[in-house]
Design a protein around this ligand. Sequence first.
Ligand code: SF4
Ligand code: SF3
Length: 542
Amino acid sequence: MSMFCFQCEEASKGFGCTTKGVCGKHSKTAHLQDLLVYLLKGLAVVAEDAARQGRPDPGVGLFITQALFMTITNANFDDARLKDRIQAIIARREALKASIGYAGDLDAVNWIGTPDQYETKALVVGVLSQADEDVRSLHELLVYGLKGMAAYTDHAAVLGFEQPEIYDFMVAALAASLTESDIQTLIGWVLRCGEFGVTAMALLDEANTTAYGNPEITKVNLGVRDNPGILISGHDLKDMEELLKQTEGTGIDVYTHSEMLPAHYYPAFKKYAHFVGNYGNAWWEQDTEFASFNGPILMTTNCITPVKDAYRDRIFTTGQAGWPGAMHIADRPEGGAKDFSPLIERARSCAPPTELEQGEILGGFAHAQVMTLADTVIEAVKSGAIKRFVVMGGCDGRHKSRSYYTDVAKALPKEAVILTAGCAKYRYNKLDLGDINGIPRLLDAGQCNDSYSLAIIALKLKEAFGLDDINELPISYDIAWYEQKAIIVLLALLHLGVKHIRLGPTLPAFLSPNVAKVLIENFDIKPIGDIEEDVRAMMAAA
Ligand code: SF4
Ligand code: SF3
């Protein structure tokens, strides 16, 4: 075994990647990420102590958030940047220790090594260094939830929205994932992670809607025009804003890819005439779709797949994303904007995108928009025109078995409405599912973090129907997961009291049998099964 990683749904053989990641991550990169997380836990222990002494390190929450974000599946494959971050963690930890006179003896708070020692050290501090499989499972579940939370917290911070309580929790929980081994206490940390997941998603919702307005019902064009284009992928809306501003009047069009599709739903972006549409599908099809796009591509976050020669000289990363050899657009200076001129220059010599498809898709059903339709929706439920809502949000992925979600969307009776968010939607968002009394049968709230919108809608419906329990609503959950943002969304739903969630295409490899049993017994989480049986059970309110 030259590495071990089981943080995503595509963990090899449902066990873990042991020689090279299915995602393309080399063992060296996996080791650097292991060491980075380990040392970050050490920094969290020191930061917690500093706060306890009343001498907190003010920037440490955001620093930890951004470093964790780098280790999310498909975010950063660039060893040089991971090494730089490890050095920065050690430097920050040592400075903090010196300033508070810290004298603890944990290895993670004291280890100092040079870059040539990182790999050897990583071999003894990775996931498998915890021998007890239940403790390991809970540590990793907690850390993966924190990674997802880190992504959302960083996006909010970029827009100027930060909450000290979220950072305090992240620091304390990360420290606990190093020092705590009592099973019940760890379960408590995992459940609290869900609670703060809701807080983090609410903060990001506030940040996005304050900066760019409330998403509106929008038809998004799938075709292309004759101008050269820039394709923007990932989740960062501030990058979206700055790219649109800097490309205005240049004769270059801008298209969204994968999780950037919901940018079209925001009023602030609609005013740009060169913001043309969405190109392609979910992240895992990028190797062919980026080739035919013909112009530069900007990856603002996950998901990057191994870069092909066909577009190697056209791919750029920014923020916490990275690919070795890809040009990285530097962070914005204090009070300034990022400089996207290298993409604009590159686009000038590129052919227009090759058309993949034509037509439109509909989206923009975040909570504020759905609430304007509340009376119609409630009436449709009362009259029986809508019998069930099925939440099918989450992530998409490569596995053939994910056709389950397309088949469920097709098999659901015409009285069912699908609520979605995240890139999972690409499995069914181009189907013609029709409408119920004018309400489309597929309501897309936005990015994966906009699962928060789906939770708000559920809570508002619970109120409107005068119910005591969210599980009494005519809503079923049939969720697709891939990476760690889906983990924080799942923990957030559990915190809100949602039960009977179907999770697929497989249950996480990092759940030990005992930890899986706790989730099943307390929340009735179940794996997806036969399409017809699942549809029947969901419609019968199983
Ligand atoms: Fe394997 Fe997923 Fe880890 Fe990549 S992130 S190495 S695919 S488990
Ligand atoms: Fe997709 Fe990577 Fe998770 Fe934001 S872009 S949902 S997989």
